[in-house]
Design a protein around this ligand. Sequence first.
Ligand code: SF4
Length: 91
Amino acid sequence: MVNVSVRLRHNRYRLDREAHILVNSEECLNCPHRACLTACPAQCYLPHAEDGVAFNYEACLECGTCLLICDQGALIWRYPRGGCGVSFRFS
Ligand code: SF4
């Protein structure tokens, strides 16, 4: 059986020139759970110094989980421009 990380390696990404998700890190400082750190399947969110959150949009799968799970209103979320973002490969 092939695990998720192996399957994700087959995806291709075309980066948009601007991040399609913006994180207001001021709001993250007040977050009691920082659920994005564990909920994101691509591990785009990482712990940052002093309870902050660092975000890296390059490996985003555009699943929308972070937008649903963030109850602090810290995210501005949109899809990348047409032709940019993830392309899923089924292998
Ligand atoms: Fe991670 Fe999905 Fe949010 Fe992208 S949309 S950052 S893959 S949780």
